[in-house]
Design a protein around this ligand. Structure first.
Ligand code: GDP
Length: 459
């Protein structure tokens, strides 16, 4: 056998199928030596895009497994490099043997996300599309998976490309006005630039709205359920989850006091944290539970403060629970007070407003008013089923879009107040940069490392 490793540049290999047992398991190779390593294992030549039935053997001729080998020559492959897939039987030991033989033959184990990273570096995908692969794999609802598929097909990237094209046109226009001030028409003064800036802003806000929805589909809403013991927190959690036929993953509480549950409301993923009863306690364990409850609340999108609506002190109970709210978390806490046990209090299910506070009368036991709560939660997040999340997006994308919007607004202000073309030009440049980071037209090694390292190995 020839020593393939001495010829190898940088060819990577990984098990591409999920860990565990299955009918088929795949080892994937990518790089300049992929074909040679594949042929070494198969003991025969591989022709492009053919399914070859092979006996996979090691260098000593020992049979490891049999299966199908596929060879995709560069550049028409997922990574844009030579790619070979060895499809053997789906057992961890067999796949490990195949992978080890790839290493013996000169491949190196791929880092997490390295196949996708290579696809990005070879212009097979842009960054937002590469991220959509991971989001598709990690989707917890059907809607999330659909939106990730659309992003992978380029729906989000096209919106960004259109924004970038509009910013580029505007930059050309503004820079021309600055460079040729003697031209007859003063672009900056005649209102055309202002008009274009306004149009661009509207376009950007439209994409931002869709991206928020797309990001919500991927990341979901964090909901904390708090309140005194016996107010009905667990019953409320069950009532919310009960209607949902697709509980994604009930995760055991990490502490004895905090229980987590993942459900969905009409496709919006909901991460629910049921906290310990909020009250002062001398018990050290309980105090720790209470400390964690506050910690959870600090990062919640919404807190449901559950009160027993049938108890005589229901109206003051919520206020009494929050004497320390302001000092702990600031006044801007997103709280909805739930007056539970409406069946006992005799109150009609309803959404009531008291100043900034929202109170919902419902019964977790009978389910009356639960639909109002579900609608309210969707409304809080600006979630709309019909908008359906036309594409998936990440927090990183939202931040970049928001930054682009800020620069655009600043540029517009410069133009309105001072007719300052140079300052507008600089703001447009920054806006352009922020947009470029989304698809990776502008990226740093650090950013790429951060993104791809969160992928699974073999992807
Ligand atoms: P937690 O300690 O806050 O989690 O409260 P639970 O969910 O365990 O409920 C405490 C008690 O109140 C239980 O006996 C529940 O059956 C009861 N309960 C909860 N919600 C309702 C409700 O809407 N109506 C009535 N009548 N009882 C309720």
């Amino acid at each position: 056998m020839s020593n393939l490793s001495s010829l190898d540049g940088d060819t990577i290999a990984a098990i591409a199928t999920a860990p565990g047992r299955g009918g088929v398991g795949i080892v994937r190779l990518s790089g300049p030596r992929a074909r040679a390593i594949g042929e070494h294992l198969c003991g025969k030549g591989l022709t492009p895009r053919h399914a070859h039935f092979c006996h996979f053997s090691d260098g000593g001729g020992q049979l490891l497994d049999s299966g199908i080998a596929l060879y995709f020559p560069a550049p028409n492959s997922f990574t844009g490099e030579d790619v070979v897939e060895l499809q053997g039987h789906g057992g961890p030991v067999i796949l490990d043997l195949l992978l080890r033989e790839c290493a013996v033959a000169g491949a190196r184990n791929a880092r997490p996300g390295e196949f996708s990273e290579r696809a990005f570096l070879n212009d097979k995908l842009d960054l937002a599309q590469a991220e959509a692969i991971a989001d598709l794999i990690n989707s917890t609802t059907e809607q999330a998976a659909r939106s990730a598929t659309r992003s992978l097909q380029g729906a989000f990237s096209r919106e960004i490309d259109e924004l970038v094209a509009a910013v580029t046109r505007l930059r050309v226009y503004v820079e021309a006005a600055i460079d040729f001030p003697e031209e007859e028409i003063d672009f900056l003064a005649d209102g055309k630039v202002a008009e274009q800036v306004t149009a661009l802003e509207a376009q950007l806000q439209g994409v931002l709205r869709q991206a928020r929805q797309g990001s919500l589909l991927q990341e979901g809403m964090k909901l904390v359920i708090a309140g005194r013991p016996n107010a009905g927190k667990s019953s409320l959690l069950n009532a919310l989850a009960g209607q949902d036929t697709a509980i994604v993953t009930p995760i055991e509480g990490t502490t004895r006091d905090v229980l987590r549950e993942h459900i969905q409301i009409d496709g919006m993923p909901l991460h629910i944290v049921d906290t310990a009863g909020l009250r002062e306690s001398a018990d050290a364990v309980e105090q720790e539970g209470i400390r964690r409850a506050w910690q959870e609340m600090a990062s919640a999108d919404r807190i449901l403060l559950v009160v027993d609506g049938s108890s005589p002190d229901a109206d003051t109970a919520s206020a009494a629970l929050w004497p320390e709210k302001d000092e702990r978390l600031g006044a801007e806490l997103p709280v909805t007070v739930i007056h539970n046990k409406a069946d006992l209090s005799g109150r009609e299910p309803a959404v009531l407003r008291q100043g900034d506070d929202v109170i919902i009368e419902l019964s977790a036991l009978t389910g009356a008013g639960m639909d109002l709560l579900r609608e309210h939660l969707k409304q809080c997040m600006g979630y709309s089923e019909s908008a359906g999340g036309s594409f998936s997006a990440r927090r990183r994308h939202l931040e970049a879009l928001e930054e682009a919007a800020r620069f655009l607004a600043a540029g517009q202000a410069q133009l309105d107040e001072a007719g300052a073309g140079e300052l507008l030009a600089e703001d447009l440049r920054q806006c352009h940069n922020a947009l470029g980071r989304i698809t990776g037209a502008i990226s740093s090694d650090e950013l790429l490392g951060e993104i791809f390292s969160s992928f699974c190995i073999g992807k």
